[in-house]
Design a protein around this ligand. Structure first.
Ligand SMILES: [Zn+2]
Length: 194
C-alpha cells in the first residue's frame, strides 16, 4: 500500500512537470560572434573535410533544411549558409574521425576563437568544429545520419541538447529523437539568439 502511494505521487509529479519541459528550446549560453548569415546579408560558410566527403550529401541536405524553413515550415530565420571548399572561409568545419569520443557517441562539436577552444556557456565563438565518429555514425540509417548532422549544426549555432522534446532536432538520438531536420522549436531558439 505504502509503495503504491509513492508511485502515484511520482506519476502526478511527472505529469505536472511535462508541459514546461516538453516544448521550446535550450541554449548553450552564448552564440556565433558573426551570426548565422543575417538573411543572406552576411552569408556564412561551412566546409566539409575530405575525411567526411562520404557524408557530404547528408550534410548538404541537413544544412539545406536549416536554411530553407520558410517554405517547409512557414518559419523564417536569419540562417544563410553555403558550402565552401576554402577552409579559411569556413565558420563550421565538418570532419569524420574514428573513436574520438567515449564509446558509442556518434558525433561531437567543439567551439573556437581562432585556434583556442571556447566554452560556449561563457563566451561567443567564431567557428565550430563538428566531428562524426565514423565507426558508429556510419552505421546509422540515412534518416538518423541526417538528423545527427543537423543536431551538431544546431550546436555550432548555439543550441543545447533538448532531450525532453523528441520532436526537436536538438534532442539526442539516444533520448528518442524522431525527426531528422530543424523543427519549429529549434528555429525559435535560433530566432531568439540572432
Ligand atoms: Zn548534442
Amino acid at each position: 500500500m505504502r509503495k503504491g502511494r509513492v508511485v502515484a505521487f511520482a506519476l502526478v509529479f511527472a505529469l505536472a512537470m511535462t508541459p514546461s519541459a516538453a516544448f521550446g528550446y535550450r541554449l548553450l549560453g552564448h552564440r556565433l560572434k558573426y551570426g548565422v548569415g543575417d538573411c543572406g546579408a552576411s552569408t556564412q560558410y561551412y566546409y566539409i573535410d575530405s575525411s567526411a566527403w562520404a557524408f557530404a550529401p547528408t550534410c548538404e541536405s541537413a544544412m539545406s533544411d536549416w536554411v530553407h524553413t520558410t517554405s517547409r515550415l512557414g518559419i523564417t530565420t536569419p540562417i544563410s549558409y553555403k558550402r565552401t571548399t576554402v577552409k579559411s572561409s569556413s565558420r563550421m568545419d565538418i570532419y569524420s574521425k574514428s573513436y574520438v569520443f567515449p564509446s558509442g557517441v556518434l558525433a561531437g562539436t567543439q567551439f573556437f576563437n581562432g585556434s583556442t577552444l571556447a566554452d560556449p556557456s561563457g563566451t561567443d565563438w567564431v567557428w565550430g568544429k563538428i566531428a562524426f565518429d565514423q565507426p558508429y555514425y556510419s552505421q546509422l540509417s540515412n534518416f538518423n545520419m541526417k538528423g545527427t548532422a543537423s543536431h551538431e549544426m544546431g550546436h555550432v549555432m548555439g543550441l543545447n541538447e533538448n532531450n525532453s522534446n523528441i520532436y526537436a532536432v536538438m534532442c539526442q538520438l539516444g533520448c528518442g529523437r524522431v525527426v531528422c531536420n530543424a523543427q519549429k522549436d529549434d528555429l525559435a531558439g535560433i530566432n531568439y539568439l540572432y
